[in-house]
Design a protein around this ligand. Structure first.
Ligand code: ZN
Length: 269
């Protein structure tokens, strides 16, 4: 009997000692209402981090559209336009929407240049759907470097572009056109779209053509203030003014020099 009493006492003590613990366990049981689910367990899985550099360009087109373009692992423009090369250069196909390349092996540049060129040509097609293919001349080689007889065009920031001819006449080359054969409206509209990207450093074209481009811009409604920062004309071919500047020759095409790509610390402006 004594043995049984002792056993009962131990059991009772154990029960008392254990009961709070049992209660504690009871409080930790899973909750039944969805509102009470702890929110910290519902984290969205993170994408793996990569070493790719990503950046974006934002601008507003001449027609007022806001555009944002993102670039992943873009090309690097290394050095100067007349002493440089390209890393990871991007190349145009010989024939594409709204353009044709004169020299397919010289159709490479940085991502910014390729994308902004294609975008701007697309804007011309949108405004003037009957436009024939624009003739694109020298850009750069895929890896850049010298492109004789040019001094520049080495680092993927230079593009030679033909004019649009009047009456939507298609051209196959940088043809010699009289001023009354050039469609200055379409040609200036292309320039305006390129400049609106904020990534164009200079456009070089013979000063003899400036008054025609200037008048086309004026007819489109550009203000005197806008014309003054767009054009070197009428300040004279040596004036350091305007984005559209005189360059010797450049009567059968114009030359666009783009800025260094954003964040490209190997590029020399
Ligand atoms: Zn050129």
């Amino acid at each position: 009997m004594i043995f049984l009493d002792k056993a009962l006492l131990i059991f009772a003590l154990l029960f008392v000692a254990c009961s709070p613990k049992i209660q504690q366990v009871h409080q930790d049981e899973p909750v039944s209402s969805l509102d009470e689910v702890p929110k910290e367990v519902l984290k969205r899985p993170q994408e793996p981090q990569t070493q790719e550099s990503v950046y974006a360009i934002e601008f507003t087109t001449p027609t007022g559209q806001f555009i944002k373009m993102s670039f992943r692992s873009p090309a690097k423009s290394v050095g100067k336009v007349n002493d440089g090369h390209i890393l990871n250069g991007k190349c145009l196909r010989p024939l594409g929407p709204g353009y044709k390349l004169r020299e397919p092996e010289l159709g490479c540049a940085t991502d910014e240049v390729i994308n902004l060129m294609m975008f701007s040509i697309g804007e011309v097609l949108r405004a003037f759907p009957d436009s024939p293919a624009l003739v694109l001349g020298t850009l750069s080689k895929k890896d850049g470097g010298p492109v004789p007889p040019n001094k520049s065009h080495q680092s993927g920031r230079d593009v030679d572009i033909g004019f649009y001819a009047r009456n939507s006449r298609p051209l196959d080359d940088f043809d010699e056109l009289d001023t009354d054969e050039i469609d200055f409206t379409k040609t200036f509209y292309l320039m305006a779209n390129l400049i609106a990207t904020g990534r164009v450093q200079l456009i070089m074209v013979n000063y003899a053509l400036h008054p025609h481009l200037y008048n086309a811009a004026k007819d489109m409604g550009y203000s005197d203030e806008q014309l003054a920062w767009l054009f070197q004309y009428p300040m004279g071919p040596k004036a350091k003014a305007g984005i559209i500047r005189h360059a010797k020759g450049h009567r059968r095409h114009f030359h666009v020099r783009f800025n260094c790509p954003i964040g490209d610390d190997l590029c020399v402006p």
